[in-house]
Design a protein around this ligand. Structure first.
Ligand code: FAD
Length: 438
């Protein structure tokens, strides 16, 4: 991305610490310009509020992550609402089938777009695919372009949040002048900015969350996760797989140009040993998990390993502070829910802020921000519990559980309304939808 585009919004930067009083006052400052932070910023376009996005990396670095996400129809609907679907939609893979199976048991639970047709709110428009896969770079470039083009958004790249002057407990929720003074470091220069609302979209190790002293609940899993992009010999036919092996779930996401991304969960020692294997051997073990439907496999990139955790912040909000995305919660990658939850958080928070601002309410007050917390925290608890349950129920060889889950797969595949219900849970149509989606 050209450098002039990155700095275009910063042609009149806020006062640096070496100069006289600061003048740049924002209504909303979003720390973290990942997908979730940028969705939040884009959702605030047209609200009349002045918004800053503070991102530690360059725009190019933050867009260049080699990862694809299972992307839900609700997230797709939010992108439609933001006017980005015409750019993003054609670059995603539209799953025509999603197959869930228990290890090598031949019976699979298969979802097709028509299985969701009677999902009241998803009628017609979103029945074109069961789910999608979206590459990080595709989503980020569309969002970055939209943010760059918005006159009310300042996009601070290579800028790191290093201090907030006012401890959150000192911000009186009744005090309409309760402003955060935030110190940002950019190219070795420090800037002081002021904001009414500080939004933490800065990922699992959120600086905003730790400065606000918000505690978290959760645990690290006994598994790690390996991702890699492959090119199979045969066409993938836009079919996604989630195969539950005793060591952990193994997902195959079809990508454009007949590539596939695997998300392979295994106990730490096994995952580490897999990554240490010479490529030929790695591919042999992988082929056994993957199956032979798509013929021989070729590695397109270097496999990478990630830790896996469940985390839920005890609070999503304080007076003048809100957390969204991985800053608020993290989950096991089974079912591909993490980013989708974050996108719904971002749209929900923007909607709460926007509605309050329209009626002249102070959106940084705790009582207003609690509306966002009530909306999202319980729904996210539900998804975190579901992913935890799926991982534990399937990642074992305990015979009664093996029989129960194989019977369950058979039943779910045979009973239409049950299958629809599971699809609703997986696609995020369960719960309150943001207006952007409607
Ligand atoms: C292996 C794996 C597979 C996954 N697959 C899926 C999937 O299929 N579907 C799905 O929905 N989810 C999936 N997830 C989860 C998903 O990746 C995350 O939920 C999502 O990326 C979180 O986005 P975010 O914007 O909240 O945080 P991040 O992507 O972590 O972005 C945070 C941003 O904040 C910036 N930042 C951090 N600290 C500061 C600071 N102090 N100042 C300024 N900027 C800062 C960072 O540079 C970064 O750009 C997967 C996760 C893993 C590990």
């Amino acid at each position: 991305m050209p450098a002039n585009l990155l700095t275009r919004r910063l042609d009149t930067p806020a006062e640096s610490l070496t100069s006289e009083p600061m003048t740049r006052v924002y209504d909303v400052m979003i720390v973290g310009g990942g997908i979730v932070g940028l969705v939040c910023a884009c959702s605030l376009r047209g609200s009349g509020l002045r918004v800053a996005v503070i991102e530690a990396q360059t725009a190019q670095q933050s867009a260049n992550r080699q990862r694809a996400y299972a992307f839900s129809p609700v997230s797709a609907g939010i992108l439609r609402g933001l006017g980005l679907w015409d750019i993003v939609g054609p670059q995603l893979t539209h799953f025509q089938r999603v197959k869930l199976s228990d290890a090598d048991y031949s019976k699979a639970l298969t979802f097709r777009p028509e299985d969701g047709r009677s999902q009241g709110r998803s009628k017609n428009k979103l029945a074109e695919a069961v789910y999608y896969s979206a590459e990080h770079t595709v989503l980020m470039l569309a969002l970055q372009t939209a943010v760059q083009a918005a006159p009310e958004i300042d996009y601070w790249c290579e800028s790191q949040l290093i201090d907030t002057d006012k401890a959150p407990e000192q911000v009186d929720s009744a005090d309409k002048k309760g402003l955060h003074q935030v110190t940002i470091e950019r190219e070795k220069e420090r800037y002081r900015l002021t904001t009414r609302l500080l939004v933490g979209a800065d990922g699992a190790r959120s600086e905003v969350r730790s400065r606000a002293q918000i505690k978290t609940f959760g645990w690290k899993y006994w598994q790690s996760c390996i991702t890699a992009v492959l090119e199979p010999e045969q066409p993938h036919h836009n079919t996604a797989y989630e195969k539950f092996w005793p060591s952990g779930p193994f997902a195959i996401l079809p990508l454009p140009h007949n590539r596939c991304q695997i998300v392979w969960t295994a106990p730490h020692a096994e995952a580490k040993a897999l990554l240490a294997l010479p490529k030929e051997q790695f591919l042999q073990v992988l082929q056994a998990r993957y199956g032979s439907d798509m013929g021989d496999l070729k590695l397109v990139n270097e496999p990478m390993m990630f830790p896996v955790q469940l985390m839920q912040s005890q609070q999503y909000v304080q007076a003048g502070i809100a957390l969204i995305g991985d800053a608020a919660h993290c989950c096991h990658p089974v079912g591909g829910q993490g980013l989708n939850m974050g996108i719904r958080d971002a749209a929900a928070l923007a909607e709460v802020i926007h509605s309050a601002a329209q009626t002249g309410e102070d959106f940084s007050r705790l009582s207003v921000l609690k509306r966002y917390e009530r909306w999202r925290k319980t729904e996210n608890w539900f998804t975190l519990s579901l992913t935890d349950f799926l991982n534990r129920a399937f990642s074992n060889r305990f015979l009664p559980l093996v029989i129960a889950r194989r019977t369950g797969i058979w039943l779910l595949d045979s009973i239409g309304p049950l299958k629809r219900l599971v699809l609703q849970l997986m696609t995020g149509f369960f719960g309150r939808l943001p207006d952007k989606m409607k």
